[in-house]
Design a protein around this ligand. Structure first.
Ligand SMILES: Cc1cc2nc3c(=O)[nH]c(=O)nc-3n(C[C@H](O)[C@H](O)[C@H](O)COP(=O)(O)O)c2cc1C
Length: 312
């Protein structure tokens, strides 16, 4: 396995950054089941430099939440570099620059996937960040802005020459958002042009998906939505059996407790709701359970419902 952020990964199976989901409680669960590397949710470089409370919270993590890469988004080379310095001083394994986020709020500021329409600005941001820090830097891109402007291979090659350590590719355009029909052929094209590790992202759910994508030349694969309410997917992909109902119950209870300790009871319970339907998906009585728990605000009551659901 090649070095990714100066780390020797065994399988190259990592957890994707997902805003609103991959906070440290979720990251720790995924690591327990085999995620070899994780990313913070995306962090505004400007927010970090201005030390806004919500931004600083995204950087906080316990010691065991390593190796960890902090992801920033910005359209400013200066803020990118200042934020990178703050991150470096806090001890992360690397910094990732988001050039894939399709969300309007981010794109309209010229950040995220908007940078794929402005390669010169993308390069300036990367060069500015790299010039200020010694940490390995990666960039996460999409296929391009739309079907008429696919430029992931050119962007990857250009950024590679600026000294980035790794390129992460979610090979859909901005306009394709999350629709089916990933442009996997781009991974092979990028591999022909760059000498750095490539991590592929998008609709990866199984061992056979991982095998297919590795055969295209990607050194790493990134799991996103498939991990929500299913942190054990890493173990399944590496050939292990899924946990039984009691282990699933205990993972849910632990997840709820950690969320409540981190955010306080009300916010923790609300945050847990986002994972609950995924945790029970496919199990008997899931939809009735979902309806019941979606109005609950007390951690104790939610805990009781989880026990009842699994114990019948
Ligand atoms: C709710 C949600 C939040 C996301 N947040 C981020 C983010 O903060 N940074 C990022 O680079 N990608 C983000 N992504 C994209 C994922 O990292 C990933 O590239 C994409 O979901 C495709 O992979 P998947 O099919 O395995 O989910 C997000 C995706 C989702 C669904």
């Amino acid at each position: 396995m090649p070095l990714i952020y100066n780390i020797h990964l065994k399988h190259g199976i990592v957890l994707a950054p997902m805003s609103g989901y991959t906070d440290w409680p979720m990251r720790l669960l995924c690591r327990r089941y085999g995620a070899e590397l994780a990313y913070t949710e995306m962090i505004s470089a400007e927010g970090l430099v201005m030390s806004t409370k919500n931004t600083l919270r995204l950087l906080k993590h316990p010691d065991e939440d390593r190796p960890l890469v902090a992801q920033i988004f910005t359209s400013s080379p200066m803020y990118g570099a200042l934020a990178a310095k703050i991150i470096e001083d806090q001890g992360f394994e690397g910094i990732d620059i988001n050039m894939g986020c399709p969300v309007r709020k981010v794109v309209k500021k010229g950040a995220g996937v908007a940078l794929m329409r402005d390669p010169q600005k993308a390069l300036e941001i990367v060069e500015s960040v790299i010039s200020k820090i010694r940490l390995p830097v990666s960039v996460k891109i999409r296929a391009g802005w739309d079907a008429g402007s696919i430029n992931a291979p050119e962007i990857a090659e250009m950024l590679c020459s600026s000294g980035i350590n790794t390129i992460i590719v979610h090979p859909r355009t901005r306009t394709e958002m999350y629709r089916p029909g990933i442009r996997w052929e781009l991974i092979g094209e990028i591999k022909k042009r760059v000498s750095i590790p490539v991590i592929a992202s998008g609709d990866i759910h199984s061992q056979s998906d991982v095998g297919r994508i590795k055969r295209l030349g990607a050194e790493g694969v990134m799991l996103g939505r498939a991990t929500i309410g299913r942190p054990w997917i890493f173990m399944e992909i590496m050939g292990g059996n899924p946990p039984g109902p009691l282990e699933k119950r205990d993972v849910m209870l632990e997840h709820l407790d950690t969320l409540c300790t981190t955010y306080g009871e009300r916010k923790g319970v609300l945050r847990m709701r986002k994972y609950i339907s995924a945790y029970v998906k496919g199990l008997d009585g899931a939809s009735a359970f979902r309806c019941k728990v979606n109005s609950i605000l007390s951690a104790g009551q939610l805990r009781d419902h989880i026990h009842q659901f699994f114990n019948g």
